[in-house]
Ligand binder design. Structure first.
Ligand code: ACO
Length: 402
């Protein structure tokens, strides 16, 4: 705590907290994390119970409205989401404005922001009905947009939503079906996909969610706010870690090379970090990583690919790191992204789709947090202060005198 009077000659106190390691920015009743106990609750329900017993659209309802839906509420909600899965046909033209090898995250960020140009009837943030329609539209359309970004990047025609399928199966269908050919969604993969969506659905005030809230605090429209969140998520220290992690596991390649990479991660002169390891809040274990590891085992064994070399490297890396004093002392454990890439790869996704799938899953969290913020009577525009370290006042010098 720095006395502002000393700094600026005026009264008042001021906290300087780079990275917001100990500053709360808001009140929230959505997600609870106990980093020491390795506990994550959505609206009070433990993540492992939701991953096992619930499904993603039910979790969406829970995050948005605060309670588990009755059978009627669930049906109505699913119908509403299903009605909005198509994107406006004119929006499909946006995709062709991107280079064909554009990263799908670049496309999704742009297309989500561009939705503000299409859905004028859901931009008024002061109208609860419009807020609700915007929320449903984004949850319904983000799988379609992500799948279209993928299809565009591999040069295949778009596959339109098939609304008789559940949310996860529909996404897989839009990604992997090819027109004029039969495509059956594998129920094992659909269940694993749904679980990945659920595990990533919300995580309180992480970087991308804080970005959405900060953008929303100025009154920006919901599509612009979520586009800002997607852009923030892309970074390798955040949502981009799942792509970076799988790339790292492949670079390691074989179990005998693990010690070399562990030593590099410990070397402060080397910028290399073990991707998928460490978390700002979890200092015991990430409960999502536990479910993800089980899921990776299950999916690979059901698909008959237990001998996956990447999974073997991941398991051995986890074992060695968890016995290494550096990782033990710094409380660095595998996070949610450590195993998710292995599952996504087994499903057939390229690494460039890993972060878009995270963005798809987190959309409901961003929207729930944005809605909560707008409903907070104490809501103010987010405006952090700074600790100025530049020059003190000085007079302008004419160019000939410099
Ligand atoms: N490998 C090696 N050392 C690490 C790692 C790692 N993955 N993570 C942290 N450390 C070390 C740091 O070098 C630092 O050491 P020091 O005390 O000697 O300086 C110490 O552990 C604390 O690390 P910080 O970076 O200060 O911790 P912070 O809370 O700021 O960072 C983060 C958390 C960004 C997740 C970090 O652990 C990291 O970069 N991990 C790898 C990327 C990753 O997996 N990100 C996904 C996060 S989960 C998610 O977004 C869904």
């Amino acid at each position: 705590v720095i006395d502002i009077a000393t700094l600026y000659g005026r009264g008042g106190v001021f906290t300087h907290d780079p990275g917001f390691t100990s500053t709360s920015s808001c009140e929230s009743a959505i997600t609870y994390i106990d980093g020491d106990a390795g506990e994550l609750l959505y609206r009070g329900y433990p993540i492992d119970q939701l991953a096992e017993k619930s499904h993603f659209l039910e979790v969406c309802f829970l995050l948005l409205y605060g309670h588990l839906p009755t059978a009627q509420e669930a049906e109505d909600f699913e119908n509403r989401v299903t009605r909005h899965t198509m994107v406006h046909e004119q929006m499909t033209k946006f995709f062709s404005g991107f280079r064909r090898d554009a990263h799908p995250m670049a496309i999704i960020t742009g297309v989500m922001g561009a939705m503000s140009a299409f859905y004028h009837d859901s931009l008024d943030i002061n109208d609860p009905w419009q807020r609700e329609v915007a929320a449903i539209r984004m949850i319904a359309k983000i799988p379609t947009i992500a799948a279209m970004a993928y299809k565009y990047s591999i040069g295949q025609p778009f596959v339109y939503p098939k609304n008789s399928l559940d949310y996860a199966s529909n996404f897989l269908h839009m990604c992997f079906a090819v027109p004029a050919e039969e495509y059956e969604v594998n129920p094992i993969l659909s269940r694993a996909m749904d679980r990945i969506f659920t595990l990533h659905a919300d995580h309180e005030q992480n970087a991308s969610t804080s970005t959405v809230r900060l953008a929303g605090s100025s009154g920006a429209n919901p599509f612009a706010c979520v586009a800002a969140g997607i852009a923030c998520l892309w970074g390798p220290a955040h949502g981009g870690a799942n792509q970076a992690c799988l790339e790292m596991l492949k670079e390691i390649g074989t179990v005998d090379r693990i010690p070399e990479f562990i030593e590099r991660a410990k070397d402060k002169e080397d910028p290399f970090r073990l991707m998928g390891f460490g978390h700002r809040v979890y200092k015991n274990f990430d409960p999502r990583a536990k479910v993800m590891k089980e899921s990776a085992d299950e999916v690979l064994s059901l698909l008959g690919i237990e001998e996956n070399p990447t999974l073997q490297v991941a398991k051995e890396l986890e074992r060695i790191a968890l016995e290494d004093p550096y990782f033990v002392e710094k409380k660095l454990y595998p996070n949610v992204d450590f195993y998710s890439g292995i599952i996504l790869e087994a499903m057939g996704f390229p690494t460039s789709m890993f972060t878009p799938i995270f963005a798809l899953s987190r959309t409901v969290g961003w929207i729930s947090q944005w809605k909560e913020m707008l409903g907070d009577p104490n809501q103010k525009i987010g405006r952090p202060r700074q600790l100025y370290t530049g020059e003190t006042r000085r007079d302008y010098v004419d160019v000939e005198d410099r």
